[in-house]
Design a protein. Sequence first.
Length: 331
Amino acid sequence: MVVPPTPENLERAAQIIRSGGLVAFPTETVYGLGANALDATAVAKIFAAKQRPSFDPLIVHVSDRQMLQQVVREVPEVAEKLMSRFWPGPLTLVLPKSEQVPGIVTAGLPTVAVRMPAHPVAQALIRRALVPVAAPSANPFGYLSPTRAEHVERMLGERVDLILDGGSTEFGVESTIVLLAEKPVLLRYGAVTLEELETVLGSLELQVGPSENPLVPGQLPQHYAPRTPIRIAPPEAIPPGLRKRAGYLAFQQVPKGFKVVKVLSPTGNLLEAAAHLFEALHQLDRLGLEVIYAEPVPEEGLGRAIMDRLRRAASADAPRVLDHLTTPAEQ
Ligand code: TXA
Ligand code: MG
């Protein structure tokens, strides 16, 4: 059930989390599918609802430093620096985990991914739940991330106890993930840009995949995929004959001859483009098109996260058919 984030509904949602249920909630990046991070049985429900393989670890969301202390063993100085600059916000840090965090959350890894979301609804939910909240993006494994409550409802509606509706998410791409080992390593491009991280860290190592031998499963090449095949190509590379049956995901300008076109940002603003990315793909994916072509965007700032998601969506191995979902024609 989709409900507005009134104080009563937030209390109800917090109660569901405390009693081991699942709540979908907005964050500033994408919607999350949350459960009590300290309750292994509750967390198992997330994996079941998403049909997510158990080797793919989850991000734990905290509302304050005290909760952070509950889930990590130590906070290195470099983490302090990053937190003071980017928290609350869309940066996830991978740190040594505390004993309280069940192995199912971290897929058996000795580290845990944590972030303090900036979205007021996410914050209020975690604060009221009084426990850290494990939450992956609220989509079936491998499919497009949700940026609106109705995306969650359509994809996972019956599998979630409550969906809090906070409107469209601000960034539209997931958090940036940084592993803090001896050296900081960037694991996923996301809403905090590489350029912003570099202002704090100087340089950092990149292990952002897609990789056939990923360090963590979230780096698998096939991810974030619509069911319609997607190809990355500038408009001039697509012959007119193919355009008639295809959708085009354009960056700035509307090219001619396509069956349908979505423009990410008429002014060429990457922040705006990222915010519209998954919504545009969700819409195109429901039209029963033969193929969706996507225009490459400049690989700077948020453009890196956008291109990362597009490349994975376009990966030949992307799961096209998710049998627990209805087909586009049925929707
Ligand atoms: O913006 C976001 O981060 C959203 C919202 C809901 O917060 N969450 C999200 O979660 O994108 P998810 O499950 O879609 O991505 C989590 C990814 C994993 O696939 C993995 O790549 C990485 O986080 N991860 C989690 N734990 C890790 C660990 N211990 N070491 C390395 N990477 C880890
Ligand atoms: Mg995800």
